[in-house]
Design a protein around this ligand. Structure first.
Ligand code: KIV
Ligand code: ZN
Length: 519
């Protein structure tokens, strides 16, 4: 049977990055884009080019790297944004500009302070200008969920005339119920009559992002905007993995529909993004949560042993989760076995990268009896996404706080010079971070700190994520550290945040601009 393809528009790198605490550096964004391409997404919204030179640079680099997916940049309906978007994606093989303006009465009146006619005029000139850069232009009626249908039809008609090829109807504040989204999409689809592709972008404020997206497909939407792990503004966006697996699992309902997603890349993509952002999906999160395939009750376990389908609607292997093959290499494993394991996990490394990670693996294997898939994933991610390291941790020694003053001696390498200093603090971590500040001369303020064990056992790797500001006027930087020793991982994470800050310093101007609310 000929199946109709639902286009998957992934906005993890744009709307997902707007999740509090999910900022990523350029190297991390490139690695995610490469994985999204491997996952098979049709369109990668790589960022918002006008938001900052850092965003522009990341989109430009992603455009040069990605071959099989369309690379897209968001742009407000203003000339300078559209020019930045057009320039940032110029080198992409397939490219799209996504421009938007709010169409709901509340946004037009209070945020834009524009009349509906002015909004239409602005939208038309934005789309026409975008068409001077690319043939593929998407137009979004921001806050479509709360916009009046008559006005939306008017503006949609005008932007299609001006050259828009995709019309996106975002439920920006996650307000609508599935039946309402279905009605809105049907009415717009009937109106547009194939002149443009209808898309939806559903936020999850009422937990309905995925349900609303599925209902939209039933009523004519042929593009779904979504994010991996459901990242995004506030309560996030519709989760890519849930939408794709619902379509695949319920073919009785979604007869005739398919996506181009290689579902076996879902779990690796989810892990990569969780490792990079430090935002773990909740344990009971559908499809990719830690417990999504765990059967705890005796009755369920008994059923599973007798016949898997008693309690399992998706095979873990369908999303690339190999439960049977989790326990892997040890210190005697050779380079070939290690390379083979990396390939199975979806990592293609050049000789240089392989050697660097194999070395790290050997050091880890010396200290840790068994190494799990998730350990390897985190190891590779932390190696591959490191930006230019201005500062590197060389050694650290801690004096215990029992009865005394917590203190730390730290050695850091910078410009091929090693500096050692010691300091005290309210607690051991405080002592470590203050000593790093003294050595580097940068005063960091710790906004958030979390530690997570990566696998089971007392010798599990500690994965530390910190959020630090180095300047009150600039956004916080995220740093990650991975080590068997939590204190070492903490120091590495803190230095990683500083390195990220330095790699962006001078480039950051209006980072984290709120794309949905400003014009
Ligand atoms: O939620 C929203 O309306 C958006 C648009 C910019 C598409 O993210
Ligand atoms: Zn959004």
């Amino acid at each position: 049977m000929n199946q109709e393809i639902i286009k998957i528009f992934d906005t993890t790198l744009r709307d997902g990055e707007q999740s509090p605490g999910a900022s990523m550096n350029t190297e991390e964004k490139i690695q995610i884009a490469v994985q999204l391409e491997r996952l098979g997404v049709d369109i990668i919204e790589a960022g918002f080019a006008a938001a900052s030179p850092g965003d522009f640079d990341a989109i430009d680099k992603i455009s040069q790297r990605v071959q099989n997916s369309i690379v897209c940049s968001l742009a407000r309906a203003v000339e300078k944004d559209i020019k930045a978007a057009g320039d940032a994606i110029a080198k992409a093989k397939s490219k799209r500009i996504h421009t938007f303006i709010a169409t709901s009465p509340i946004h037009m009146q209070h945020k834009l302070k524009m009349t509906p006619n002015e909004v239409i005029k602005r939208a038309v000139s934005a789309v026409a200008y975008a068409r001077t850069f690319v043939r593929d232009v998407e137009f979004s009626c921001e806050d479509a969920g709360r916009s009046e249908m008559t006005f939306m039809k008017e503006i949609v008609d005008a932007v299609i005339e001006a050259g828009a090829t995709t019309i996106n109807l975002p439920d920006t504040v996650g307000f609508r119920l599935p039946s309402e989204i279905g009605k809105m999409v049907k009415e717009m689809s009937d109106f547009v009559k194939g002149r443009a592709i209808i898309s939806v972008h559903n936020h999850n404020d009422l937990g309905l992002g995925v349900a609303n997206s599925l209902e939209a497909i039933m009523h004519g939407a042929r593009q779904i905007e979504c994010t991996v792990n459901g990242l995004g503004e506030r309560a996030g966006n519709a989760a890519l993995e849930e939408i794709v697996m619902a379509i695949k699992t319920r073919q009785d309902i979604f007869k005739g529909f398919d996506t181009r997603i290689n579902t076996k890349e879902i779990y690796p993509t989810s892990r990569l993004i969780a490792n990079i952002t430090g935002i773990e999906p909740q344990p009971n999160k559908a499809i990719v949560g830690k417990n999504a395939f765990a059967h705890e009750s005796g009755i369920h376990q008994d059923g599973m042993l007798k016949h898997k389908e008693t309690y399992e609607i998706i095979r873990p292997s369908d999303i690339g989760l190999d439960l049977e093959d989790t326990l892997i290499l040890g210190k005697h494993s050779g380079r070939a076995a290690f390379k083979d394991k990396l390939a199975k996990l979806g990592f293609e490394l050049d000789e240089f990268g392989l050697n660097a990670i194999f070395e790290k693996f050997k050091i880890l294997a010396d200290k840790k009896k068994v190494i799990y898939d998730d350990d390897i994933r985190a190891l590779v991610t932390s190696e591959m996404t490191h930006i230019q390291k201005a500062y590197e941790l060389v050694a650290m020694q801690l004096m215990d706080s029992t009865g005394g003053v917590p203190s730390a001696a730290v050695t850091i390498r910078h410009n091929d010079m090693e500096t050692t200093d010691a300091g005290i603090g309210g607690g051991t971590i405080d002592a470590v971070f203050k000593t790093i500040d003294r050595i580097t001369g940068y005063q960091g303020t710790l906004i958030d700190y979390s530690v997570k064990s990566l696998s089971q056992g007392k010798d599990a790797l500690a994965n530390v994520t910190v959020k630090v500001t180095f300047n009150d006027n600039e956004p916080a930087m995220i740093g990650h550290g991975l080590s068997l020793d939590t204190m070492l991982a903490s120091a590495e994470a803190y230095i990683g945040a500083l390195n990220s800050y330095l790699s962006m310093e001078g480039k950051l101007k209006i980072k984290n601009i709120d794309s949905c609310k400003t014009i």
